[in-house]
Design a protein around this ligand. Structure first.
Ligand code: CP3
Length: 354
């Protein structure tokens, strides 16, 4: 009888996982933030059938399908669970809706009374369709493709809960954090607990890596950055590591600038996402010396100009390619990005030789 060699779900023959563990392999792993989305006609089709955006996130058949779409089309080394960072406030009882062309709208949480209506009691149950999606993906993904789970970081999620929508200046939340630090701390603490539970449950259902998106960490001065970005992230990392010490955690504190050095020293993340503003050589000499980095092509350049984009991709590869490095964008892909630009990006990364 022929024996079957079991393929471990956490097997290191996945180049993305191998790189996150600090090893170099022949190929540079590649995926793109927001790789499932409106730039793909097959996404727009499912999106139409799903009705509301949240219904897409909460219907495992739809969410599984749209997660797989960019893997089929481009053969990325990692799939990222299709969901949104705002399902966390939604599951805590803070009403969330998405309106076409307007982005998210949330019930605002700016005082103790509003906060007292939020709770963890029904939290994991509310999110059970997301865990079902993770479980489907763990079964359906090609064996060389890693599965990334994710959440927003407490600060970034709190910006939506306090401002009620995507903010430009983040004045309301910064004011509240200075004027009512005790209240604000309670809100952040709730988000630390919720996010830790949420990510552990994703891992339990098959996520092999998790990424924390801190899209708006860059609006904070040094001391609040430590209080509201580093400290909560550190707690989440510790909570996850206590249960799953071997699951890599990628932090993405967008806009952190030089605060990134404290972030990598103090939070305990295993790798960092690099946004498109950071100077490549500074990152190579001051960050990549400590841990694997992931990034950092400007998504606007990807959408705008094929020739200049290819040159920048090659520059990024030449700068980071000799140490553990994951190719990605420096923020999410934009809806108007031409697919042929993405095809050229993929070809350029695949053809690169160390
Ligand atoms: O990366 C992926 O393919 C997985 C899915 C994913 C989505 N959102 C799907 C989505 C991920 C990882 C996110 C993260 C997310 N969501 C972040 C952090 C990353 C970042 O971009 O900064 C943030 C800040 C959000 C909150 C959010 N969700 C906003 C502000 C919006 C509206 C603006 C927009 O891009 O349309 C969303 C909606 C959203 N999330 C869409 C998708 C594909 C588009 C909605 C639609 O299809 O109608």
């Amino acid at each position: 009888m022929m024996s079957v060699i079991p393929v471990s779900k956490h097997s290191s023959n996945k180049v993305f996982l191998n790189t996150l563990k600090g090893n170099n392999s022949d190929a540079i792993p590649l995926w793109l933030m927001r790789q499932a989305g409106r730039y793909l006609p097959e996404y727009r089709e499912i999106r139409k059938n799903a009705g509301s955006f949240l219904n897409l996130c909460y219907t495992p058949e739809f969410a599984t399908e749209v997660t797989l779409q960019p893997i089929r089309r481009f053969g990325f080394d990692a799939a990222i669970l299709f969901s949104d960072i705002l399902v966390v406030p939604d599951a805590l009882g803070c009403k969330v809706s998405f309106t076409e062309g307007e982005g998210p709208r949330l019930e605002t949480i700016t005082d103790e009374s509003a906060l007292s209506h939020l709770s963890l009691d029904n939290f994991l149950k509310h999110l059970s369709p997301v865990f079902q999606t993770v479980q489907n993906l763990a079964q359906e993904l090609p064996k060389q493709t890693a599965l990334i789970g994710f959440a927003g970081s407490p600060w970034t999620v709190a910006t939506y809960m306090v401002e009620g929508k995507t903010s430009k200046q983040f004045e309301k939340i910064r004011h509240l954090s200075y004027a009512s630090p005790d209240f604000f701390h309670k809100l952040i603490r709730l988000l630390v607990d919720a996010t830790s539970l949420y990510l552990k449950e994703q891992i339990k259902h098959g996520a092999e890596v998790v990424q924390l998106f801190d899209s708006w960490s860059g609006v904070l001065p040094e001391i609040p950055f430590k209080q509201w970005v580093i400290e909560p992230t550190k707690h989440i990392v510790a909570n996850i590591k206590a249960a799953y010490p071997d699951v890599p955690i990628i932090g993405f504190p967008k806009g952190a600038g030089i605060n990134l050095l404290k972030y990598i020293n103090e939070t305990g993340v295993d790798a960092v996402g690099i946004d498109y503003t950071l100077p490549l050589e500074w990152v190579r000499d001051s960050v990549q010396t400590h841990l694997p980095v992931q990034g950092n092509l400007d998504p606007v350049l990807l959408a705008a100009d094929k020739t200049a984009m290819k040159q920048q991709v090659e520059k990024i590869l030449a700068t980071f390619g000799n140490k553990p490095f994951i190719f990605n964008l420096g923020h999410g892909i934009l809806p108007h990005t031409p697919i042929e630009h993405v095809e050229l990006l993929v070809e350029t990364v695949r053809n690169w030789k160390r």
